[in-house]
Design a protein. Sequence first.
Length: 373
Amino acid sequence: MNVKHCALRMGAALAVVGMLCMSVLVSGCDQPAEAPRSGFAGLGADAAAFAQVERGRPLRFPADHGPHDGYRIEWWYVTANLKDASGKDWGAQWTLFRSALRPGADVAGFGSPNVWMGHAGLTSPTGHRYAETLARGGIGQAGVTAAPFRAWIDDWQLETAGGRDIDRLAMQATGKDFAYRLQLSTHRPLVLHGDGGYSEKSGLGQASYYYSQPFYTVNGDIDVDGKKIAVTGTAWLDREWSSQPLAATQQGWDWFSLHLDSGAKLMLFQVRQTDGAPYRAGTWIAAEGTLHALRGEQIQLEPLASTRQDTGRKVPTQWRVRVADMNVDVTAEAIQPRAWMATSFPYWEGPVRLTAGKGGAPAGRGYLEMTGY
């Protein structure tokens, strides 16, 4: 076994140890996991030693496509709603997380404070497949560069495909019994959520920097059990970074990214509290690109039906989504109700169909993510 291969295997092993030592993403190995007092995955734990999210900081591109030293957690997240030639629905997810074990700048070698985690999913009405991979920072096994943009972990890639900035991307991942290779393209500008990219997550000051590119069109192919299938569709990229995006009393979230048949896009989330009503916010993106930040009182999210997952947990997989000010009243229903991601920090993630009215007329497609159940 050569030295490079040994280093990569050691890096992967250290990544696993690092993830366990973080006690669900909190810094250091000497603090026990206290989920009820630190939010989902420890994201409500105190982060005073890390860089803080501040209102008024302008987002800068392409620099902000890259990693942010000093912040505790960030992710590069793509969800794609796809169809094959027969009209069958598919959903693809590609995610890369960077978590800092301690404050400080990234460095080469095992002194890097970063741990990387990748998640990939492929969902259809007949099944859900997922994969997870872990990597230690500093040894080239995973990372992100801003310009030209490239995010990778092992052989999974999300990278520029010859366009400007991130307007054209190639995305690929491989799991045990699935793979996908997709091309994403758009000519539309990025969407900054909240107040110019400053996205509040509670009434107590917790926030993240958050932007999206919700206007990708997609073509490519997926492999399922060795069979290659051509697909087309739409995709949505999310970018967030923070050090403490949740309050300690927030137990998880429900997040929607919706492509409406009208051409508009809608991002909504609610962060569920252990001690009161959920915190809600969102962004209405008109078909021509005009943005409207949505306040909590404008949003109504009502779970209609739940599905018991293989783990035994019951998760709401059908929701009524209403934003009266934008004339939105739709039902979002999972195309595959059992889309549980049994990863290091488990959650539910999958594509949804949108219907409207008493007759259930098609109204669009989208993605739903639910944590903390």
